[in-house]
Ligand binder design. Structure first.
Ligand code: ZN
Ligand code: ZN
Length: 327
């Protein structure tokens, strides 16, 4: 498949960040988006976004300590239920296993995992975690590994973590006491069972995941994942052709789109993400890994126009968004 290159389409002119948001977003209703309502059937598979923000999260503390506070997105993100509140990217896959028991598989546990879990695992009553799958070993993907102790303290078996060897090598330095629990000084640490993965598809509790290798800056790579007809790419600066072949035919694509307009060395920005979506034309697309440069409501209103002009159904995801999927 050939690269799309520079888009011939007109840029999307988003009314971003500063103007246009005077107060909190509308009340949280995690089962609807501006894409329309999604009914989640009890016992069916679904995905829940535990985080949709970049490493520093939204709101940015520095935007709120400034006098006066001029960043309306960050200010609005402090209101309860604001869809501008974005924690580190993370996705919960709730897989309806044929044996009738839902399996809970989390992709990435970043610095804000505890906050995400407190919000969404509580709200959606997710009592157990069955596995963690990592995309790479940046802090916003692994910073919450410590907090997994809450899920392993009272379980007999350690929690499986699926990780590339190169990331496990990094974890052995950053989280040496978790990788080698004999080196833990005292007290309980998360009991994790590390499973090394490569680009070969693998199964987690019966759910097949296909790694999607992508560059993430000049000297770093990460994995996206495909499961069923869902593609999830949270950290990418491009999509090589060999990876693109694994993405063809996906129904729902979740795509890294750090911010509009200003290019970035290790992430796709909005215009590049839209070019990728034009390349694949999924039935529905959601953007993630976002900075405070997007105001949720106004950006989504603008993106809605792409349905008419480009035949693209693309919206910003938000923390807590829950979507039924067929797996
Ligand atoms: Zn801000
Ligand atoms: Zn990263």
């Amino acid at each position: 498949m050939a690269c799309t290159g520079v888009s011939r389409h007109a840029p999307v002119d988003l009314p971003l960040a500063s103007p246009g948001l005077a107060g909190p977003s509308r009340g949280l209703n995690a089962e609807t988006t501006t894409n329309g309502p999604f009914a989640v059937m009890p016992g069916a598979s679904e995905i829940i976004f535990l985080g949709t923000g970049t490493s520093e999260g939204v709101p940015r503390v520095s935007c709120l300590t400034r006098e006066p506070v001029t960043c309306r997105v960050c200010r609005s993100a402090t209101f309860p239920g604001s869809r501008n509140r974005r924690r580190n990217t993370s996705l919960l896959i709730r897989y309806a296993h044929p044996d009738g028991r839902i399996r809970n598989v989390v992709i990435d546990v970043g610095k804000f995992f505890w906050h995400s879990a407190l919000d969404w695992l509580v709200r959606y009553r997710v009592p157990t975690l069955d596995a963690v799958v990592l995309t790479h070993s940046h802090a916003d993907a692994i910073g919450g590994l410590d907090d997994l102790r809450d899920w392993t303290n009272y379980s007999r078996a350690p929690l499986p973590v699926y990780v590339r060897q190169q990331d496990l090598d990094i974890l052995a330095r950053t989280h040496f006491y978790i990788v080698d629990t004999d080196r833990a000084a005292a007290g309980g640490v998360a009991r994790l069972d590390f499973n090394v993965i490569d680009a070969t598809p693998f199964e987690v509790e019966g759910l097949r995941l296909t790694p999607l290798p992508v560059p993430h800056g000049e000297n770093t790579t990460a994995f996206g994942y495909r499961f069923g007809d869902v593609v999830y790419i949270s950290d990418a600066s491009g999509i090589p052709d060999a990876t693109a072949e694994l993405m063809v035919g996906a129904d729902l694509m979740v795509m890294d789109a750090l911010r509009p307009r200003r290019p970035h060395g290790s992430h796709l920005i909005l215009e590049q993400a839209l070019d990728q979506l034009r390349r694949f034309r999924p039935r529905r697309a959601l953007l993630t890994d976002m900075t405070h440069d997007y105001d949720h409501e106004s950006a989504n209103a603008e993106l809605s126009r792409l349905r008419e002009t480009d035949g693209l159904d693309v919206q910003l995801a938000y923390d807590g968004l829950r979507i039924p999927v067929t797996l």
